[in-house]
Design a protein around this ligand. Sequence first.
Ligand SMILES: C[S@@+](CC[C@H](N)C(=O)[O-])C[C@H]1O[C@@H](n2cnc3c(N)ncnc32)[C@H](O)[C@@H]1O
Length: 265
Amino acid sequence: MNEQPALPDKRQVAISFSRAAKSYDEVADLQRGVGSELLARLPVQLEPQRWLDLGCGTGHFSRVLATRFPDAEGLALDLAEGMLKHARPQGGARHFLAGDAEHLPLRDGSVDLVYSSLAVQWCADFPAVLDEARRVLRPEGVLAFSSLCQGTLQELRESWQVVDGYVHVNRFRCFSDYQQQCAKAGMKLLGLERKARVLHFADLRELTHELKSIGAHNLNPGRPEGLTGRARLRALAQAYERFRQPSGLPATYQVVYGVLQKACR
Ligand SMILES: C[S@@+](CC[C@H](N)C(=O)[O-])C[C@H]1O[C@@H](n2cnc3c(N)ncnc32)[C@H](O)[C@@H]1O
């Protein structure tokens, strides 16, 4: 089924991630793994003078980028003030900016690397993100992003479907949208790949606790209002059990990795 990637409004995303800032790092194993894989995909010869960590969150990868490129000037940008407040005192970047990936508050041709891990799945207008990245990159500059696509949290989605048929799981663009939009981005595509990562949880409560702690619980428009009743949660837990594996309840993430390069002048 080809769903419309209707995404939550930005204010809600910012509020949700701001609230999650304190708990985020304790449960961000998936994010750490994905961000590290993205770093491994940067062109080896890349020596940026100025980099941007787009959707920096708590700033973990800003600090990693600062170590990897010690002579460069780092910028860390996020939509959520609460994340920036948490990231700023820990350093890494020289500047921490509040801003939106779809409208970057940066000058044309002002950075050599835009690194963005697990942030752009929250942007409804991905072509606008690509346009903005190309605009702020210098010639031969690189955009490296990771994101999530359709198939992510499929077990949870299907289990909710059994219970009440509502969309309780954030929607994600399909991989073919990433392929088409990257092909039209006006940059050279150095790599675009989808790779599944499966996490395992002892029970449903552990899984939903993790989603909440990283601020990634369902924010879809059209989600049912009000408390999730005990009976419905029991029904959900029961429906999820059919996916159980020896190592626990699986939660699949379909991760997209993309690396693009702006043409030289
Ligand atoms: C899952 S966190 C990832 C944080 C960090 N990159 C990491 O890998 O640990 C996603 C971040 O993207 C930010 N974000 C979401 N939409 C954004 C937008 N339109 N512009 C900038 N940041 C955004 C959120 O506020 C959140 O901090």
